[in-house]
Design a protein around this ligand. Structure first.
Ligand code: UT7
Length: 323
């Protein structure tokens, strides 16, 4: 018998304000046509003034708990993947705990930028496999609109805000890749690439800063590393691309999503794509896509999923799970 981390519920929250590409045409030299052609993005949601990451995270968590049929106090651990927590401390995860009215368990944040949700899932899986927690709420939530330089057309049109959450629960499997739950994970980082995607401020510099990116360089790493990590985690699970029902990729750029799917030998009819509606929501993008994929009726119980993401660090990784 093998203890598996099985998804029991998923949910998401998107702020009300939807910003179409055309809105940027008024303030910077860009066009709806350029943004669609180069990224696949058509619109994104931005948080309302005063709306925080932990608020959105808690709303996504409530939806996931509802689907799981669980109460907040059924949860042993809350992990929030974010680079845009409300405050320097305490963690967004403890704020979610408080918002949910959860009075037990433990909570912490994971910061691996756009790869954050994959890193959080792998950590939740380790907590469950080692017996430290039975039920873990894993959330990706971001307010990237707060770290945009609105005069930088190479970045400000790319990102959006939102949150997604998954409830994982320990369940006994028979140890084969036919089990439901997380079957394999693959995490990587390489700090030599820290200067191609970063925020030029932070606590120890006493500024918030703005996101800076050498897009072409990040693109080059993404198309190479995402396929590599997806293949690595599939191999760990003894599986190959043709057995995958759905790729649920980080939603940064449709061209990266297509290239990775092609390298994995998976047709675009088996890829959950939300980038057109959400833009790049960093650590929130995968749980948002999972939640939308389930709501659309694309992802069904028993389907084999691969999630993969890359972001600042660089940090990248993938998770293979049977839904
Ligand atoms: O989530 C974390 C991971 N992040 C990513 O995966 C992002 C990876 N990078 C990308 O998605 C792409 O590199 C971008 C979408 C950021 C840029 O696309 P690109 O095809 O690599 O374009 P580029 O940077 O080579 O720029 C092409 C041209 C440039 O003009 P020149 O130098 O050729 O005259 C840019 O200045 O497009 C220009 N450009 C724009 N034009 C209109 C850059 N941004 C814009 C814009 N509107 N918003």
């Amino acid at each position: 018998m093998t203890t598996r981390a099985v998804a029991r519920g998923v949910g998401h929250y998107l702020p009300d304000r939807i910003v179409p590409n055309s809105e940027f045409e008024e303030s910077i030299e860009t066009s709806d046509e350029w943004i669609r052609a180069r990224t696949g993005i058509e619109r994104r949601h931005f948080a309302a003034e005063g709306q925080t990451t932990s608020e959105m995270a808690a709303l996504a968590a409530e939806a996931a708990l509802k689907m799981a049929g669980m109460e907040p106090d059924d949860i042993d651990a809350v992990i929030v993947a974010t680079s845009t927590a409300d405050l320097t401390f305490p963690s967004a995860a403890t704020m979610v705990q408080e918002r949910l009215g959860m009075t037990r368990g433990f909570a912490f944040d994971v910061q691996a930028v756009c790869a954050g949700f994959v890193f959080a899932l792998a950590n939740a899986n380790a907590l469950i496999a080692s017996g430290q927690a039975e039920r873990v709420l894993v959330i990706g939530a971001e307010t990237f609109s707060r770290i945009m330089d609105w005069s930088d057309r190479t970045t400000c049109v790319l990102f959006g805000d939102g949150a997604g959450a998954v409830v994982l629960e320990a369940a006994e499997g028979d140890g084969t890749n036919a089990d439901r739950g997380i079957l394999a994970t693959d995490l990587n980082s390489d700090g030599r690439h820290k200067d191609i995607l970063y925020v030029d401020g932070g606590v120890s510099t006493q500024t918030t800063g703005y996101l800076r990116m050498q897009g072409k360089e990040v693109f080059r790493h993404a198309v190479e590393k995402l396929a590599q990590t997806a293949h690595a985690s599939l191999a760990k699970a003894g599986l190959s691309g043709d057995e995958v029902d759905w790729i649920v990729p980080h939603q940064a750029n449709l061209r990266i999503i297509k290239s990775t799917a092609q390298k994995m030998g998976v047709g675009m009819d088996r890829v959950v794509v939300t980038v057109q509606d959400h833009g790049n929501t960093s650590a929130a993008s995968i749980p948002l896509a999972l939640s939308v994929g389930v709501a659309r009726g694309q992802i069904k119980q028993g389907d084999l999923l691969v999630t993969e993401a890359i972001g600042g660090g660089l940090a990248w990784g993938s998770v293979v799970l049977r839904w």
